[in-house]
Ligand binder design. Sequence first.
Ligand code: O2Y
Ligand code: MN
Length: 592
Amino acid sequence: MTKHKELQLWVKKMANMCQPDKIVWIDGSEEEKQRLEQEAFATGELIELNQEKLPGCVYHRTAINDVARTEHLTYICTKTKKEAGPTNNWMSPREAYKKAGDIFKGSMKGRTMYVIPFSMGPVGSEFSKIGIELTDSIYVVLNMRIMTRIGRSVLEVLRTDGEFTKCLHGKADLDEKKRLILHFPQDNTIWSVGSGYGGNVLLGKKCLSLRIASYLAKEEGWFAEHMLIMGIEEPNGHIEYIAAAFPSACGKTNLAMLIPPEGLKSKGYRIWTVGDDIAWMRIDSDGSLWAINPETGFFGVAPGTNSKTNPNAMATIKKNTIYTNVLLTPEKTVWWEDGDGPIPQEGIDWTGKPWKPGMLDKEGKPVLGANSNSRFTAPIKQCPTASFRIDQHHGVPISAILFGGRRAHLAPLVYESFNWQHGVFVGATMASERTAAQYGKQGEVRRDPMAMLPFCGYNMAKYFAHWLKLGKKMVKPPKIFHVNWFRRDENENMLWPGFGENLRILEWILDRCNNKVDAVKTPIGYIPDPKDIDMTGLELPASSVEKLFFVNKDNWIKELQSQKEFLKIFGKDLPQELLSEWQALKNRLEKS
Ligand code: O2Y
Ligand code: MN
């Protein structure tokens, strides 16, 4: 399928190591998809779902020990440890290739190696990057088919000597002790072995589009970020785009496809979804920032997704969707906790065992039908709010960047940074409190700069410097804001309803970008005058509004200490500008 010599040689070399029985080049056709599905149905790798109720949908279960990204087995393999920085696991390239090579050796005997040419971003766009993933999993091929642009057209753009990221994935024995997710930014290479799930194996997603791309972005002068992109159509028909970075499990997918509340909908607001997870952004010749979503699908968490929390997601996943690790019902439909519809009276749970509601495990805890990280993989274009700009090579112009997290008693509902440098400080010190559903101690604050802690492919101190440097290159940089949809009162009651109501805050943000409203200066940044937030149709007591915007000086002084401890880990590499911002915040708080 290709005359690209380097590609041919690399495929041959990897095949010599993994020893598959067969090599199949993926062309991306519909016929090929049907063939692969039939093959996977025959082996049990996939189960065909009820085609009347869920046309084009299939079901997959992963190994029980393989249900989420494994950050502790994920490495950045740069020549020196310093290049990977203090927040990444590091392994030398020599050791990493040897360790993983030993696991890969002969691991595809009796299996087929699929060669997937894929483009992150529209095929042929100057924003886009090409990858080739070798994998022994049909499940991976079919997921990549939804999440990226694959097949013959990609090879045509690659021609005979184009650059590509070498992505090798093998399931091997699916043994956690022999699982490694390795990134070699200096070789433009990813090796993933011993897993068959999600972010570990769909190598175009977190591995290429964030870890490798963040490194390429630093070298080439652009941004690869863990951000949603959405368009907000204003009553006058003009669409403004924003990008937002929240740590995993803080509602990026819900925000990206929110439904305007009645009060604002009647004004004429409409939402356009460009992406829910990743943004690649470049400074254009007009001096402003333009973004594309390099992906073409959603790999969303099922539990908690329902017609109330996210009706657009529910509409998206009615057809052509891969369901992973959810409950399978006797009529071959799917169900998950906090989903839609009546609880099925029986089913097969995500581990493959018979399940009934109310079942308890040995410790007396409820047995879940769906794994808490069970997923749907669905095409963005099926989303009722999908933007008509998704395939545009040039992307969309970004007016505002939002950072956010869960901070029960600290950050106000929204605040605006004083300028780009201050905004970078706000992003660099961003943090979120763990929920009960997350691994670790509930309520514990996890620093997650720009929501990139698990995804930055190089030293994060240099990443902050890169943000500062690009800020200086923009004539009209986006304004940077911080949002916190999760503020609670003194009795731990949530103060803000979130979901569609968040549009009220986005409206204020855009008004700020367009110099339509003034704001109140506080030590941490600008906050809204509550009268400038349209609350039509939302009954919120005045006391709640006051609490939502309260800047609690004592809590912020405590926060300063925690920020300082975090920034300290970067030592001398930390840009001086961020220390100055920290000191300035301290001075402002002490004076207030
Ligand atoms: O657990 C996984 O393998 C998936 S993690 C994921 C998937 C889609 C979007 N974001 C994330 C994330 O962890 O940020
Ligand atoms: Mn994500």
